[in-house]
Design a protein around this ligand. Structure first.
Ligand code: CP
Ligand code: NVA
Length: 269
C-alpha cells in the first residue's frame, strides 16, 4: 500500500500501517516532501505510477479534488485518509465505537459541537444511509457545507439539525462529539476562531446538560483547554481512546473489502 500524506498524522498513519501489516500487507509512507503532489508531480501521474507498484493507495490531502483525481486515474482502490472536505475512515471508526458502547447507531442522538468541518461532512454523509439523529451545533458562519446538509436531508433517512444553540443541542445526547476549532491548513486563523468559538467548548457543565448517558468522543488530536476541557477528555464516560483504536479495525475491514483476502495471502509467500 502507498500512503500519501500531504498533512501531518499520528492515528491515520499508524492505524493504516500497523493494520495493513496485521493483514499480511506492507505499507510505504510518503510524507509531504516526498511526492509534493500537484507541484513536483501531477496528481494523475502519481496515481498511474503508484498503481503499478501497489495494490491499494491511501491518501491524506488538502483539496478534495486531489483524492477524486487519484481515484479517477488509479487502477487500484484509493482510500480517503482525510481531505479538507471529509474524513470517512474516522466516521466508520466512530460508528463502530458507538455500536460497541451503546449497542447500535440507529436511533442514537449524536451531537457534534464546534466547527462545521470535514468531520461534520462525513457525519452528514453517514446520516444519509444510516438512521440516527445528528445535530451540529456551531457558531454562526461556521455551518457545514449547505449542499452536503441538503444531500443528507433529502435522503430522508436521519433527523438532521444544524443550530447555533449549543446548550439546547446537547440535551438528551447519547454522544457529544468535539473536534479542533482550526483544522489542518487553518492554523493561522486559530486566534480569530478562538474568539468566535467562545461558548462552544465542551466542558463539564455542558456534559451535565447532555445528561448521564452521554459519552464524549473526539477524533483527536484534541486541544485541551480550547475546544474541550482536560476533565471531559479524562472522565470515565470519555471514549476517545477506544475510538482511536477503532480506526485500525474499521479500516482493516475496509481494506479487506477492497482487496480480496486471497491477494493478501499471496503476499505471505
Ligand atoms: N483522527 C485523525 O485522523 O488523527 P491523525 O490526524 O493523527 O491521523
Ligand atoms: N478537522 C480536523 C480533523 C483531524 C483529524 C482537521 O482536518 O485537522
Amino acid at each position: 500500500m502507498a500512503m500519501i500524506f500531504a498533512k501531518p498524522s499520528m492515528r491515520t498513519r499508524f492505524s493504516f500501517e500497523t493494520g495493513f501489516f496485521l493483514l499480511g500487507g506492507y505499507a510505504i509512507y510518503l510524507g509531504p516532501d516526498d511526492i509534493q503532489m500537484g507541484k513536483r508531480e501531477e496528481t494523475r501521474d502519481v496515481a498511474r505510477v503508484l498503481s503499478r507498484y501497489n495494490d491499494i493507495i491511501m491518501a491524506r490531502v488538502f483539496a478534495h479534488q486531489d483524492i477524486l483525481d487519484l481515484a479517477k486515474y488509479s487502477s487500484v482502490p484509493v482510500v480517503n485518509g482525510l481531505t479538507d472536505y471529509n474524513h470517512p475512515c474516522q466516521i466508520m471508526a466512530d460508528a463502530l465505537t458507538i455500536i460497541e458502547h451503546i449497542g447500535q447507531l440507529e436511533g442514537a442522538k449524536v451531537v457534534y459541537v464546534g466547527d462545521g468541518n470535514n468531520i461534520v461532512h462525513s457525519w452528514l454523509l453517514l446520516a444519509a444511509v444510516v438512521p440516527f439523529h445528528f445535530v451540529c451545533a456551531c457558531p454562526k458562519g461556521f455551518e457545514p457545507d449547505e449542499r452536503t446538509v441538503e444531500k443528507a436531508r433529502q435522503a430522508g433517512i436521519s433527523k438532521i439539525e444544524i443550530t447555533n444553540d449549543v446548550r439546547e443541542a446537547v440535551r438528551g445526547a447519547d454522544i457529544v462529539y468535539s473536534d479542533v476549532w482550526a483544522s489542518m491548513g487553518q492554523k493561522e486563523e486559530a486566534p480569530y476562531r478562538h474568539q468566535v468559538f467562545q461558548g462552544f467548548q465542551v466542558d463539564e457543565a455542558l456534559m451535565k446538560l447532555a445528561g448521564p448517558k452521554a459519552y464524549f468522543m473526539h477524533c483527536l488530536p484534541a486541544e485541551r483547554r480550547v475546544e474541550v476541557t482536560d476533565g471531559v477528555v479524562e472522565a470515565p464516560n470519555s471514549i476517545v481512546f477506544p475510538q482511536a483504536e477503532n480506526r485500525m479495525h474499521a479500516q482493516n475491514a475496509i481494506m479487506l473489502h477492497l482487496i480480496p483476502p486471497i491477494l493478501m495471502l499471496a503476499h505471505w509467500y
